[in-house]
Each structure stands twice: as structure tokens, then as C-alpha cells.
Design a protein around this ligand. Structure first.
Ligand code: TNX
Length: 519
């Protein structure tokens, strides 16, 4: 073909493309009608749309190397369902089209962001890379739900309503906990859980790595913990454990999604798996039998044997070496067969060991009976008096009351999974509370945030996990993110009802509570 013909063809093609897109303005969309959870601080709709196309480029501000992996993450989020091949590159100045990721000039450690959607350009400016990541999570919720699918979708147009969102979280600690001891969950399962919590802007995953029923993390200096202690679980299943390499992989995957892993080794109670692997940790020197039931409070490390502290030291040392996060959770709950005069010095020594290995301690609220170190966090789950005792010692509190924040509580008496020792927790009960209000007598300044634990006595796989976690988790995420005065069940339930299409696109097996107007 001659050069002339080629030029003519190119011109004609450009005209056709322009007729299709240049002349027809994108259909208007109303940002104020979109469902965003957690609810952003402020939102202004400008009544038009941005259209995502194969020509869209993700630009990152030059010099902000932290933004490159986020741009890649965004492209990998957008490409599968759209079938586009969206690329990313760094630029010196803000472009006039495409998606621009930047750090606010003021810069800072905060997790806030602004999301400015105009017809030609979307700008996500974070106070920090985490803020940019959260701006992206908001953008996901503004795109058609089909964006979440892993195969190419025939969506008419990938529109985003125009307008401006300014947003930041109330609490720095917005957590979920997963018990991988009662039933083991694979690395892939944990990664999916990380993706799901990060979608709702949660930033901590507390992994309950040991309990009576199973020990789930490889400890090289005490190999039988996993060789023996890892082989059981509730109901007699095969159990399992994470090798140190697998654990590091989980930590990295979480880090890439701005989630910090908080590992827990529960002690001195909830230790049957360790006691079954190493007879010397028992006061009578005899190994216990593996345990597959769901009772609590019957096991204890022998607190007056020196070998116990060697064990704790080795475990914490290895775990601290694998964990970049600042906290190691030492458990401390329900040690019913440890005398208080043994429990107190044990918790004090365990804290010292954590400090020695460069970390700070977290523990369930009972640890407040011991003398707490300056930086220790007490996790209030049961007795508010314990949380108060912690605060009187100058410690801070993580709020996760079993009555409202426990994802393993049944919704109602017809729930086929879960427990109900703390009562039933319908979707509205899980939403309608506030950390400061519920923690009576605890000053707001002593609260670092909230956490939603999922204990897995009755939960054996991801479908079951999702049934208990959804749709309560988005509400708990909103309690951690959105200030109390902006939260309201009547408007929240409408937003939640609109998330149905997203749950479906993400293949989440949610509980379709009758209290939510599903759309
Ligand atoms: C109490 S919550 C426990 C766990 C159980 C849970 C079941 C806490 C600190 N201890 O050992 O799994 O109840 O809901």
C-alpha cells in the first residue's frame, strides 16, 4: 500500500473514532447516588462522567517511587474485566487526561486522600501511598460492579461519575482477626481475606496462629510444634501450618495492600497444641493428647519452669524476625487453669521478651491484671473493667467487644454457622455502635481503633467464612473509618443493599439479611 493511501485510511479511521466518541458526551452519572463504604468524609457531585477506555493511562508523579506498585495494582485491577491493556508511567507534571496518582504536597503519614473525578481526568492525591491506595478502593466502588470480575465483561461503558471526594479515617487501627487455629485456612484463603478487608479500607489483619486445636506457624527451633501440633483441628481434620516462607509471602501480600499482619501466639492458656508436641512444657512432663473439641480454658504452659520461657523466647524471636509490623499479640485470654499468681508474672515476662525482640505487645483484656509495659495494647473483648485497668496503667485499648464486633456470633437463631454465647448479632447490631460510646469510662484518646475477630470453631472453609463475615464486615470497617456523626443505619443499609452486585461480582457468599434492602 502506498504511503498516500495509508495516510488517507488513518484519517478516515480517526474520523470514525471521533464520531463515536468525540461528538457524544459521556452520559451523566450522579456521584451522590453511588454506594461507598466506608462513607467518605465529604463528597460533591458534578453530574457528569469520566469514561475509562483502552487509551486510559495511569500516570504517577515523578519521584514518588512508592506509587509505581500502586499504579501496577490499579492496572491489574482494571484490565481483566475491561479487557483493556491499561499501562502506567511516571510524569513530571499533572497530565490533562487519564488517571493521575500523586502525593499531596503537604505530604504526611496520614491515610487520607482526595479523589477528583473530571470528565477527562481522575486525580487521586494521597497524604501518603496508603492514602492513594484508599482512593483507589473508592474508585473501585464507583466503577460498574462488573469491574471486579476476572474475565472480560461486555459492559456498555466503564463510567465513573464526576465530582470530588475528600476522605480520611477516624482510627489508625482498623482490623480484622482470623483464627487459623481452630480450622486451618490456606495461604490463598488468607490472601483472599486480605483483599476483602482492604477493599473496605481495613489495615490490620490479626492472625490467631496458635490455640488448643492447632499450631500454625513453623518455628525452626521447635519443629514439633508444627510436626505434631500442626496436624490437628476442630472436628479431627488434617490441620496444617504456614512455613516461614509462606508466612513471609502472606506478610508481603498484605503489605502491598497496606495491611499489617499482627501475629498472635496465645499463652499461657489456649496452648494444648504446643503441650501435645513438647512434654517438657507441661508441669507433669507428659505430653497432652491433641484436642479437636471446642471447649476453652483447660490448658496452660507450666509457668514456673525455665524451659517455658526459653520456648516463649525462641518463638517470639523467630516470629519477630518474620514480622515487620510493630506488634506481636501474646494472647493471655481465658487462662482458667493458670493461678492468678502464676498468670501475672508470666504475662510480665512475655511482654519483656517481646520488647527484647524489638516489638510491642498486644494481649486480650485479661492481661491488664499484670503490670503492663508502656506500649502494650489491651484488646477489650470481654470485661470493660479490664480495659479500664489497662488505661489506668497508661496502656491503650483496641476495641472489639464480643457483643458487637465478633464475626463468629450468629445473626439469629436460624443461622446455620457460628456461636451465640455473646448473643445474636444481626447486621444492624454489628453496625450501630461506636467505639468511644460502647467503651464506657475509657477516654477517647486511649482508643487506638477497632477490630472484628472471626473465631473459626464452626467455620471450615471460605464459603462459610464469607457467610459470617459478609455483610457485617463493611459496617465494622465503616465504624473504624467514618466519624460517628456521619453514620446512620437508615442510610447505611441503602448503601449496603447496593453492594450486592459487588458481593456477587467478587463471588462473596454473603448472608442476605432481611434487614437490608438488597438491590
Ligand atoms: C472466646 S474471644 C475466645 C476464643 C473463642 C471465642 C469464640 C477470646 C479472647 N477468646 O477462644 O474462640 O470466644 O467466640
Amino acid at each position: 500500500m502506498s504511503q498516500q493511501i495509508l495516510t488517507k485510511l488513518a484519517g478516515a479511521l480517526a474520523l470514525v473514532i471521533c464520531l463515536a466518541s468525540c461528538s457524544t458526551p459521556p452520559p451523566p452519572k450522579d456521584l451522590s447516588q453511588d454506594s461507598i463504604i466506608p462513607l467518605p468524609e465529604s463528597l460533591t457531585a458534578t453530574g457528569s462522567s469520566y469514561v475509562l477506555t483502552n487509551e486510559t493511562v495511569i500516570y504517577t508523579q515523578k519521584g514518588s517511587t512508592d506509587l509505581t506498585p500502586i499504579a501496577k495494582y490499579l492496572a491489574e485491577m482494571l484490565n481483566p474485566a475491561t479487557g483493556f491493556d491499561i499501562k502506567w508511567k511516571s510524569v513530571d507534571n499533572a497530565p490533562n487526561k487519564g488517571i493521575y496518582l500523586a502525593l499531596e504536597q503537604s505530604g504526611g503519614a496520614g491515610e487520607g486522600y482526595t479523589l477528583d473525578i473530571q470528565e477527562k481526568r481522575i486525580t487521586i492525591a494521597g497524604n501518603s501511598p496508603a492514602g492513594v491506595f484508599y482512593g483507589i478502593q473508592t474508585l473501585r466502588q464507583l466503577l460498574p460492579a462488573a469491574i471486579e470480575k476476572s474475565s472480560v465483561q461486555q459492559e456498555a461503558q466503564w463510567l465513573v461519575a464526576t465530582g470530588k471526594i475528600t476522605d480520611k479515617p477516624t482510627y489508625g487501627y482498623r482490623g480484622a482477626m482470623l483464627d487459623v487455629s481452630r480450622h486451618f485456612f490456606s495461604v490463598a484463603d488468607v490472601k483472599r481475606y486480605i483483599d476483602l478487608i482492604a477493599f473496605y479500607k481495613m489495615n490490620r489483619l490479626h492472625l490467631h496462629l496458635s490455640d488448643d486445636q492447632g499450631w500454625r506457624i513453623e518455628i525452626k527451633s521447635w519443629p514439633k510444634l508444627t510436626e505434631i501440633g500442626g496436624k490437628s483441628e476442630v472436628g479431627g481434620g488434617e490441620g496444617g501450618f504456614y512455613t516461614q516462607e509462606q508466612y513471609k509471602d502472606i506478610v508481603k501480600y498484605a503489605q502491598d495492600r497496606y495491611v499489617t499482619i499482627v501475629p498472635e501466639i496465645d499463652m499461657p492458656g489456649h496452648t494444648n497444641a504446643a503441650l501435645s508436641a513438647y512434654p517438657e512444657l507441661n508441669c507433669d512432663g507428659k505430653a497432652t493428647k491433641p484436642y479437636t473439641g471446642i471447649e476453652v480454658g483447660f490448658s496452660t504452659l507450666c509457668t514456673d519452669k525455665e524451659i517455658t520461657y526459653q520456648f516463649v523466647d525462641d518463638v517470639i524471636r523467630e516470629l519477630a524476625g518474620l514480622t515487620p509490623g510493630e506488634y506481636i499479640h501474646i494472647g493471655g485470654d481465658e487462662s482458667h487453669v493458670t493461678a492468678m499468681e502464676d498468670y501475672i508474672p508470666f504475662i510480665e515476662r512475655a511482654q519483656q521478651i517481646v520488647t527484647k525482640h524489638g516489638k510491642k505487645s498486644m494481649g486480650w483484656d485479661e492481661i491488664a491484671h499484670a503490670k503492663l509495659e508502656q506500649n502494650t495494647i489491651a484488646q477489650w473483648w470481654s470485661k470493660v473493667e479490664n480495659a479500664k485497668m489497662a488505661v489506668e496503667q497508661g496502656a491503650k485499648v483496641l476495641v472489639s467487644p464480643a457483643t458487637n464486633a465478633y464475626l463468629d456470633m450468629q445473626y439469629d437463631s436460624t443461622s446455620h454457622l457460628g456461636l451465640h454465647w455473646a448473643g445474636y448479632t444481626e447486621v444492624d447490631d454489628a453496625y450501630q455502635w461506636d467505639a468511644v460510646e460502647i467503651a464506657k469510662g475509657i477516654p477517647a484518646g486511649s482508643i487506638i481503633g477497632i477490630e472484628a475477630p472471626l473465631w473459626t470453631e464452626t467455620v471450615t472453609n471460605m464459603d462459610e467464612l464469607e457467610y459470617l463475615v459478609f455483610p457485617r464486615l463493611p459496617g465494622l470497617a465503616e465504624i473504624g473509618w467514618t466519624p460517628k456523626q456521619n453514620r446512620n443505619w437508615d442510610t447505611y443499609k441503602v448503601r449496603l443493599g447496593k453492594q450486592k452486585v459487588r458481593f456477587e461480582a467478587l463471588e462473596i457468599d454473603y448472608y442476605a439479611s432481611k434487614r437490608v434492602p438488597w438491590q
